[in-house]
Design a protein around this ligand. Structure first.
Ligand code: PSV
Ligand code: MN
Length: 426
């Protein structure tokens, strides 16, 4: 942890500039009768979970270039998330992937979480890899497998994930299935769906009544002909059959090029089935770039739907669980996470600036240009002072990446954990 005095000192250098820029923006927005303090408070309240598997360098199938100082165990991962949260106050929870990060010493972990001011967000099951001690292989599927014994093994794994989560106070199970087929004819498409629905029902029955099951979809990869849960419609239909505790999870990278993701978000909000969000950036495929680095306008439009839904009395969707699901090969993963959060908060802040009354009026009057200009006006506003102020309000620093570098955090982690430390995960 960075001492509080040091956080104060790190902020001192940029404070005068920051206050100048914030004052200008506040004046400007107040003229439009915007409640700037309210916007800052909403940014302070926004929290995005960090997955335990994003703290080490992610690789491609061609190679991985570890940076050194990577967390070697769950405890060190928690410390890294605690550090990120100290810098920006926006990531107060950690998601666990089982079995990459099985919690062992529960009392010690609980204490550590408390010290780091963190909670456990979701537990994520893994039936997309075979583990050493596993009896049956998932090569041809898990919850959708033709063999009941394989399905049962995958069901039990999910129930075990729930038990691990319960021990640490989590209340969400995320299920992403890699099940699918690589060649036409390999799998009976309808029967694979029915088997999956049946397996999910067994997990759902074993879930505590205050838990939520998030069902994630993905159009391709690791299978290239068909995925059993390829799209939001399939996730949604499964949730409908399971019951109220099942919700759809939208992962930004899990869409084919040019999919209108914001419309999917709007639909799910309308149906009260948007449960979770995995942020990442997608240039060609899944999670190949940092969140918001390539399509910031799209990220803004997604937040525009979220904010619009949150303000609409007719929308009764429960709180959405946000998480970053990305890990890159050529960046320091902690810097990448700080950048992602910056881009997420920036998009959220811009969405909060949209003049919704004027937008509705333009929409009702079919004034296409006015409606679009209202969105563009919010999108083009430089909201960085609002985001920086939100960091400061939460006890963090005005510029997290600059502070991370000034503190020489990676160098210190390398000293503590070594140059060759490798993190579990992707
Ligand atoms: C799959 O691509 C995914 O998005 C799922 O959320 C997994 O749990 C995660 O990435 C990590 O592999
Ligand atoms: Mn995901």
């Amino acid at each position: 942890m960075i001492p509080e005095q040091r956080i104060h000192d790190l902020n001192e250098a940029g404070l005068a500039d920051h206050e100048f820029r914030l004052r200008y923006l506040t004046d400007l927005l107040s003229r439009r009768t915007l409640d700037v303090q309210g916007v800052i408070q909403q940014l302070v309240d926004f929290q995005v979970a960090i997955p335990s598997w994003a703290l080490g360098t992610g690789g491609t199938r061609f190679g991985r270039y570890p940076l050194g100082g990577e967390p070697r165990c769950l405890e060190e991962k928690i410390e890294d998330v605690g550090l990120l949260n100290q810098l920006n106050g926006s990531s107060n929870s950690i998601s666990l992937h089982i079995p990459w990060d099985i919690p062992r010493d529960i009392p010690a972990l609980q204490q550590l979480l408390q010290e780091q001011k963190l909670v456990i967000d979701s537990v994520n099951s893994n039936t997309f890899q075979d583990q050493k001690d596993q009896h049956y292989s998932y090569k041809f599927g898990s919850l959708s497998h033709t063999d009941q014994a394989v399905r049962q093994q995958a069901i039990e794994h999910n129930l075990e994930c729930i038990r691990h989560g319960e021990a640490l106070g989590a209340k969400t199970l995320t299920v992403w299935l890699a099940d699918g087929s690589n060649f036409p004819g390999q799998q009976h498409l309808r029967r694979a769906y029915l088997r999956t629905a049946d397996s999910l029902a067994s997990i759902y029955e074993g879930m505590p009544s205050d838990w939520t099951m998030l069902i994630e979809y993905k159009p391709y990869e690791p299978h290239f002909y068909s995925m059993v849960i390829p799209d939001w419609g399939t996730s949604y239909s499964l949730c409908q059959q399971l019951g109220k505790q099942a919700q759809v999870l939208v992962d930004l990278g899990h869409h084919l090029p040019n999919t209108n993701i914001e419309q999917i978000v709007g639909r799910l909000l309308q149906f009260g089935r948007l449960g979770g969000f995995h942020f990442n950036g997608s240039m060609y495929g899944d999670d190949d770039l940092t969140t918001g680095s390539i399509k910031p306008y799209q990220l803004f439009l997604i937040f525009n739907e979220l904010v619009d839904g949150a303000r609409d009395q007719a929308v009764t969707n429960a709180a959405v669980a946000y998480m970053i699901d990305a890990s890159h090969n050529t960046k320091d993963p902690l810097e990448d996470l700080l950048q992602s959060i910056q881009n997420i908060l920036t998009s959220y802040a811009k969405a909060l600036l949209v003049d919704r009354e004027a937008l509705q009026e333009a929409q009702e009057n079919n004034d296409v240009v006015r409606a679009e200009e209202l969105l563009r006006d919010a999108f083009q506003t430089d909201v960085r002072p609002l985001v920086a102020e939100a960091y400061r309000h939460s006890g963090g620093v005005l510029d997290p990446i600059a502070a991370y570098r000034a503190e020489g955090i990676r160098e210190k982690l390398i000293q503590q954990r070594g140059k060759l430390s490798l993190s579990t995960g992707l």
